[in-house]
Design a protein around this ligand. Structure first.
Ligand code: NDP
Ligand code: 2IT
Length: 455
């Protein structure tokens, strides 16, 4: 719900609440942005529900239960000692053990990890599985590092973190800069230190307890959500021209699912620029990009050297004409100006596959402009959803089939979509998926917190 939609009393409460959040979290703009986005839709919902105010639920929700910060020393291939900073934000355990990814990127700081942990709490609630919210990471830059350097870094990171995590306490997974390779190194070190083979990390290799469909789950799930939004508005994926940013795990699998559902993925990107294919990428081209990014670890611009019908440009892909946009790279990659251009070019649906990819101005422009807007915590919940199923399989020491997991993912995304509709439907206008996702995620966590008393 945009600022314009909130009543004056509610607006005043929201403003006072945000002043407090900003005062307590100086220099943490991403965290304050994420809290505002949620609070601006929750305050109208709880206006006539005094128990949430009396029990300070929103105040408590904006405070992580615990933030662990630690030193990560490691040795590079030249024998030099390097020092990075590591964190785990254990945000909210009201409905289950802390759960959420680990990010390795030079931009990582406490503000970014707190915003991600806060968002994760609501996202995990939406999946319907018993998982609390957490996030971790390091300002380590994996770019240009050898496999051995990444291995030594991961081992050092876990040598400190292992004492704070566990299959019933906190279960990390991947995020930007952390994929199958890094999870393997971290799980190997955890097992070695503790002498326990348990589901303490998800996104593991299939050979050692990983779940089928976890690698694909976030991107596939995002496109299932997009399809559900379109179908809710009597449209289909067939023939849709889809603008995608990023070229990592989420972006490549989103592009692949678009293709499988008869849509045309037109763009992919990385921090150097974007590639555009007017015909839509083929499966062969998407596989080539996966190999480029996961094995050769090259730049997306190389795709334009390899394929005649692919062009490379600097900047972001939001000026390309398309029908749907699926930002899948990082936070704040779509600003208010981008949003106006996308809308002018006829984009009718936006599905946030990355976490908080749209600035608040862009979110307001989409929601107020009647664009179908799927917020990250709903759209990308398929990743952590299948992580939750990996935890179940690990606990029961079983492995489900790919077919079964694909069905479970598709059904989970449908249930999340329908929860957003249930809480976001209005008598007058289109479904407000933003308010719907926030309220649906909030209710379960808030009610669990009420049950525990003042803790
Ligand atoms: P990857 O590391 O696999 O890929 C990240 C992609 O985004 C790369 O193309 C990278 O380009 C680009 N990127 C990262 N940072 C920036 C930046 N500051 N500016 C421009 N481009 C950038 O990560 P994922 O695909 O796993 O994650 C992408 C997004 O999806 C993130 O927001 C993540 O939090 C979210 N997400 C991921 C889930 C998962 O299961 N992996 C689950 C739910 C959400 P470059 O290589 O040049 O840095
Ligand atoms: O943002 C996210 O949901 C993730 N990076 C995935 C978390 C997980 O635990 O699978």
């Amino acid at each position: 719900m945009s600022k314009a939609h909130t009543g004056s009393k509610t607006k005043e409460y929201l403003q006072r609440y945000m002043e407090g959040v900003e005062k307590r979290n100086p220099g943490q703009p991403e965290f304050c942005q994420a809290v505002y986005e949620v609070a601006s839709t929750i305050f109208p919902y709880i206006a006539d529900k005094p128990m949430y105010h009396e029990n300070q639920i929103l105040e408590r929700m904006a405070e992580p239960e615990r933030v662990i910060s630690f030193r990560v020393p490691w040795t590079d291939d030249e024998g030099r000692i390097r020092t990075n900073r590591g964190w785990r934000v254990q945000f909210n355990s009201a409905i289950g053990p802390y759960k959420g990814g680990i990010r390795f990127h030079p931009s990582v700081n406490e503000s970014i990890l707190k915003f991600l942990g806060f968002e994760q709490t609501f996202k995990n609630s939406l999946t319907g599985l018993p998982m609390g919210g957490g996030k971790g990471g390091s300002n380590f830059n994996p770019k240009g590092k050898t496999d051995n350097e990444v291995m030594r870094f991961c081992q050092s990171f876990i040598t400190e973190l292992y004492r704070h995590i566990g299959e019933d306490t906190d279960v990390p997974a991947g995020d930007i800069g952390v994929g199958g390779r890094e999870i393997g190194y971290m799980f190997g070190q955890y097992k070695r230190i503790t002498n326990r083979f348990v589901g303490v990390l998800t996104g593991k290799g299939i050979e050692f307890g990983g779940s089928k469909m976890r690698t694909e789950a976030t991107g596939y799930g995002a496109i299932f959500f997009l399809r559900n939004m379109l179908e809710q508005h009597k449209e289909s994926m067939e023939g849709q021209r889809v603008l995608i940013s990023g070229s990592g795990n989420v972006a490549t699998h989103a592009a692949e699912k678009c293709l499988q559902l008869g849509a045309k993925p037109l763009t992919l990107s990385d921090s150097g620029g974007f590639v555009y294919c007017a015909d839509g990428f083929t499966q062969e081209q998407i596989d080539w990009v996966k190999e480029l990014k996961n094995v050769r670890r090259g730049r997306i611009s190389e795709a334009a050297d390899e394929f005649k019908n692919i062009d490379f440009s600097e900047g972001r892909p939001w000026g390309v004409e398309g029908d749907c946009a699926v930002p899948s790279a990082t936070q704040n990659e779509v600003d208010g100006k981008d949003a106006k251009i996308l809308m002018k070019n006829g984009v009718k649906a936006v599905a946030e596959a990355a976490n908080m990819p749209c600035e608040q101005d862009a979110v307001d422009a989409f929601v107020d402009g009647g664009v179908m807007f799927g917020p990250a915590k709903a759209v990308n919940a398929g990743g952590v959803g299948v992580s939750g199923l990996e935890m179940s399989q690990n606990s029961a020491r079983i492995a489900w089939s790919e077919d079964e997991l694909r069905k479970l993912l598709e059904n989970m995304m449908k249930d999340i979509h329908d929860s957003c509709v249930q809480y976001g439907e209005s008598k007058s206008g289109p479904v407000n998926y933003l308010a719907g996702a926030n309220v649906a995620g909030f209710v379960k966590v808030a009610d669990a917190m009420l049950s525990y008393g003042h803790v």
